[in-house]
Design a protein around this ligand. Structure first.
Ligand code: HEM
Length: 512
């Protein structure tokens, strides 16, 4: 009998030892990055607050620039300094080149068949290559320069004719960026700006784009607690499915129209995509109808609000800083004069203005947490264990305000980017990790060159063409610069202004 007890006890001890040993081997030798203690089930979700990039920046100040969070059942690592971002997006970029699963990709973006959410691989490479050649190459950008200038001038004339009442800039800027892009992509404008000859489907389309941004910005519980996905507790997935149906009908109609029209009538991206459908690329991949629709969807959503909201912040900064506005206008007057509008070819000749735009991107990055990436494999960064499958959030907003990198980080000072300034050689194109509004590495913003050109052209034209007064005689120093959070960084209070034309009247009345 005693021997049975002994055998039982020995078995238990061996089992316990084995369990501990196994745990020892299973557990990474390295610790996870530090972070706040998670709650059961929801993890650190309650820590995110109403404006997650602010809350995460506050946490990083306490726990350090490489931080671990647990959102529901998902490991999340946060990069909140230039050196940590460089580790993820340069040293370990290949390991972080896909995006984590999410409802928006599944229900809106054609079940990951788009470019933004496509897993890193041959299909993503094909989509990226096609758009790099036909939409974003220097040649393609130059070919469509005229269309962008026309849309910006159309906006300028609308503003010049509404000097007696305050105008809300956000909507007008969004109409302008969307129409400029639509003319390149599908050969026609999509938004109604009150001008004659508008498209009857314009308002419907606008409401869909706005809804995508709203839904994509909602924090969806099912993405982090997969067991609850089917319940769709916030109703987000249901709304996404409905929206997808509307978008799909719209895009299908556009594609069908193109197929039935004579090819030579169109020189837009869609026509090119339709001809590419017939061709196999080097990796044996062929473009499908669904991928074409998913690409159009990507560009209309990723490429419009980002540029228009950055321009709105830029104009707000000019209004708040009359000295900077005067200097920008002086430079524009000396390079462009007062008898014509700004052209894209003027932009490289405006060094102070270029520095001003960099400073705007630094303090107002349009996607403050960039777009998430996922760890393909576990890896080690700065002595910490980064688990396989962890979601990477890059707090580009906090990185660009890091007092260890920037002197007087909250002050708006374009001079820091000029010769003799602390960051004279720094640019925003993804090589200098202290300011990465377009992300960096393989998945850097595909439309960066277009986004930069559009923001620069719009802002330069508006700064050159108008002086600005605020609604109700508000003192510029008191202008509300608070942020609201959606997928993109919006102003909490939209900018309402009186534009006062400062160029000769013939400039506004001419059609070119
Ligand atoms: C002010 C303008 C813009 C800003 C600040 C911006 C910012 C970003 C950021 C931060 C990312 C994520 C990059 C990463 O994961 O590292 C991104 C991705 C992307 N952006 Fe932009 N963007 C802008 C304009 C545009 C435009 C004009 C287009 C197209 C018309 C565009 C299309 C895309 C696409 C397709 C992706 C996904 C790329 C991929 O996953 O491979 N963006 N953008």
């Amino acid at each position: 009998m005693a021997s049975v007890w002994l055998l039982g006890a020995a078995t238990l001890v061996v089992a316990a030892l084995l369990y501990r040993l196994l745990k020892l081997f299973a557990r990474p030798a390295l610790p996870l990055p530090p972070g706040p203690r998670p709650w059961p089930i929801v993890g650190n979700m309650p820590h995110l607050g109403a404006v997650p990039h602010h809350a995460i920046a506050d946490l990083a100040r306490k726990y350090g620039p490489l931080m671990h969070l647990r959102l529901g059942f998902v490991d999340v690592v946060v990069a909140a300094s230039a050196s940590v971002a460089e580790q993820f997006l340069k040293v370990h970029d290949a390991n972080f080149s896909s995006r984590p699963p999410n409802a928006g990709a599944k229900y809106i973006a054609y079940n990951y068949q788009d470019m933004v959410f496509a897993p890193y691989g041959p299909r993503w490479r094909m989509l990226r290559k096609i758009s790099a050649v036909h939409l974003f190459s220097a040649k393609a950008l130059d070919d469509f320069k005229q269309l962008r200038q026309e849309e910006v001038r159309r906006l300028t004339r609308t503003l010049a004719s509404s000097t007696s009442r305050a105008v809300s800039l956000d909507q007008l800027l969004n109409v302008c960026t969307t129409n400029a892009l639509a003319r390149v992509m599908i050969g026609r404008r999509v938004f109604n700006d009150g001008a004659a000859g508008c498209d009857p489907r314009a308002d419907e389309f606008k409401s869909m784009v706005v809804e995508v941004m709203v839904l994509a910005g909602v924090f969806n519980i099912g993405d982090f607690i997969p067991a609850l996905e089917w319940l769709d507790l916030q109703g987000v997935q249901g709304k996404m499915k409905k929206l997808h149906k509307r978008f799909d009908e719209f895009l299908t109609n556009i594609i069908e129209e193109h197929k039935h029209e004579k090819k030579e009538e169109h020189k837009d991206l869609l026509s090119t995509l339709l001809t590419l459908k017939e061709v196999q690329d080097d990796e044996g991949t062929r473009l499908t109808d669904v991928e074409i629709k998913a690409l159009l969807l990507n560009f209309f959503t990723a490429g419009t609000d980002t540029s228009s909201s950055t321009t709105e912040w830029a104009i707000a900064e000019l209004i708040r800083h009359p000295r900077i506005l005067a200097q920008v206008q002086q430079e524009l007057d000396s390079v462009v004069g007062r008898d014509r509008f700004v052209n894209e070819s003027d932009l490289p000749n405006l060094p102070y203005f270029q520095a001003f735009i960099k400073e705007t991107f630094r303090l107002h990055p349009s996607t403050p947490l960039s777009l998430p990436r996922i760890a393909d494999e576990s890896c080690e960064i700065f002595g910490y264990h980064i688990p396989k499958g962890a979601t990477l959030l890059l707090n580009v907003w906090a990185i660009a305000r890091d007092p260890k990198e920037w002197a007087d980080p909250l002050a708006f000072k374009p001079e820091r980017f000029l010769p003799g300034g602390e960051k004279a050689d720094v640019d925003v194109r993804g090589n200098d990790f202290e300011v990465i509004p377009f992300g960096a590495g393989r998945r850097i913003c595909a439309g960066m060159s277009l986004g930069l050109r559009m923001v620069q052209l719009l802002t330069a034209t508006l700064a050159h063409a108008f002086d600005w007064e605020l609604q109700d005689g508000l003192n510029p120093e008191k202008l509300n610069m608070e942020e609201a959070y959606g997928l993109t960084l919006q102003r909490k209070v939209p900018l309402c202004v009186y534009p006062k034309p400062r160029l000769s009247p013939e400039v506004f009345s001419s059609q070119c």
